[in-house]
Design a protein around this ligand. Structure first.
Ligand code: PMP
Length: 507
């Protein structure tokens, strides 16, 4: 049957992000559903379908494959392709739902799934995971939260447990604004604060309000995987700044002039993964450059309160008098990730626009978490807690560093970070970090290979070890296992092996 008359008015959109085969599939589906192409109609062979829509034969094949998987057409060997009987009675209800065909197009990031793996993979009794960046559950101040709950639950205003404003629980916004006011040159009011369900949500919402496919963003290299995933998902081009000994201002300026990037994402304090701190003079120069070019700076700051020597320099937000810095904070590292409370400090128009976007996702963050957290902050319990965890994490950092020196010797190089959760290590042997991981997991220890933190080149000689989650004894045991794995390679001298890090679950 000549079906071309049904598609005379149909145009494919060659600029759309939706593939051509999906567009043709939708056109044919619509005709099948409205019975313009009734069951039993013979459809043209693939070559004719291709010429009808002026597409390649592969596109036509994919279209038919798609329709067939949906049960809308049937191929009869030696006879041709026909519209299937898709009446409810005729439908083969045993066909599985073709979920992958039904999802909207998804720009898959090369680091997709790594973050999910890192946060969700349970560690076995035997395995010592130095991979996920998590505080030690032993330090969660749950007893304080529990006491606060018992003491205050009878006086809670039940209205506070209904829907509240998307920007957050007003007393908590007030408390966080006051905390920032003590540190910033610009006044911070509750109107500059939005409570988030973790700072990861802030990154996602910022991508929704600022970024479109084809935009450029600048990131450090290496940088936090969760941010890279969000930017990949937004379809933007990622420009990278290498972690040189001094900040690469001329490269950034070149990017600003050449590509007009929408924003610069930076973790300036105890960076994840490399633990670096941007010095004060470079913070000031960066802010001057950003103001000159009207560049948005997204300052992601989960670790600045976790310092083990001197406090770090003031945040970019604190130094910013141009109001171009958008600050993201979180209680996931200082308290516990399950609170799912982070916050954003930014110019009021940004906070208002974020609220519009956030309400599509979750209306507002958990009231119960916000109410408890507010009580916790009011009692000044955060400072007491921080003094304690700084002391403990410093001991762990030193324990891990000493174990590496003792057991790995010249095979593993690192510089001691003055805060945060991570030792960023460089392999000084033949073996690459993905291959090392593969063997290390057999010996009961895991880590994140460095390539997970890069978007540009693959660096196969680096790895990130988290020292925060385990006791000193367990860290010593973990490093011993790593050292044992490393020395097994010393004996073998294997050649380089291609990594399959992007597709294989890591831990
Ligand atoms: N930014 C950085 C740099 C992080 O390391 C993390 C957590 N690993 C996040 C953001 C996300 O934290 P949250 O739990 O607040 O979403």
């Amino acid at each position: 049957m000549d079906i071309s008359k049904h598609f005379l008015q149909s145009q494919l959109d060659h600029k759309s992000s939706k593939s051509l085969y999906l567009q043709i599939q939708e056109l044919i589906t619509a005709k099948i559903m409205n019975h313009s192409l009734p069951p039993g109609t013979k459809l043209p062979p693939e070559r004719e379908l291709a010429s009808l829509f002026s597409v390649s034969r592969t596109t036509a094949i994919n279209t038919y494959r798609q329709l067939e998987q949906q049960g809308l057409i049937q191929t009869k060997v030696g006879s041709g392709t026909y519209v299937a009987d898709h009446s409810p009675n005729a439908l083969n209800t045993s066909l599985p739902m073709p979920w992958h065909q039904l999802f909207s197009p998804y720009p898959q990031s090369p680091v997709s799934s790594i973050l999910r793996e890192l946060v969700s993979t349970p560690t076995s009794e035997y395995n010592i995971s130095l991979a996920a960046g998590m505080p030690d559950p032993k330090f969660y101040p749950f007893d304080v939260f529990s006491n606060l709950f018992q003491k205050n639950s009878s006086s809670i205003d039940l209205n506070d447990l209904g829907h509240i404003s998307t920007e957050g629980y007003a007393p908590l916004r007030q408390t966080i604004a006051a905390l920032h006011c003590n540190k910033t040159t610009m006044p911070t009011t509750p109107d500059n604060v939005s409570i988030l369900s973790g700072s990861q949500q802030g990154l996602y919402l910022l991508s929704k309000i600022f970024l479109q496919p084809g935009d450029c963003v600048v990131v450090q290299s290496p940088t936090y995987i969760g941010a890279v995933q969000v930017f990949h998902n937004a379809g933007v081009r990622i420009l990278t700044l290498p972690a040189n000994s001094s900040f690469p201002f001329s490269l950034l300026e070149d990017y600003l002039i050449r590509y007009r990037p929408k924003l610069f994402y930076i973790v300036p304090t105890f960076q994840n993964p490399n633990g670096r701190v941007l010095p004060l003079s470079e913070r000031q120069e960066l802010l001057r450059l950003a103001a000159r070019h009207q560049l948005i700076i997204v300052e992601d700051d989960p670790y600045s309160e976790l310092y083990y020597n001197e406090p770090p320099p003031p945040s970019l937000k604190a130094l910013d008098n141009h109001d171009g810095v958008i600050y993201l904070g979180t209680f996931s590292k200082t308290l516990f990730p399950g609170l799912r409370i982070g916050w954003m400090v930014a110019a009021t128009p940004v906070i208002n626009r974020i609220a519009l976007e956030k309400q599509y996702v979750d209306l507002h963050s958990s009231n119960l978490s916000q109410w408890l957290l507010h009580l916790f902050l009011q009692e000044e319990a955060l400072q007491t807690h921080l003094v304690n965890v700084r002391k403990e994490y410093k001991k762990r950092r030193d324990a891990m560093a000493n174990s590496i020196r003792r057991h790995c010797g010249a095979n593993l190089d690192f510089s001691l970070p003055s805060g945060g959760f991570y030792l960023w290590c460089k392999l000084q042997t033949e073996v690459t970090s993905p291959v090392l991981l593969h063997e290390a997991t057999k010996n009961g220890v895991s880590f994140v290979p460095g390539e997970a933190f890069y978007t540009d080149q693959s660096n196969l000689k680096e790895l990130r070890l988290c020292f925060a989650t385990h006791s000193e004894d367990k860290l010593e045991e973990g490093i011993k296992r790593l050292a044992k794995t490393l020395s097994s390679f010393d004996q073998q001298h294997p050649g380089p092996i291609k990594s399959n890090f992007a597709t294989r679950p890591m831990i």
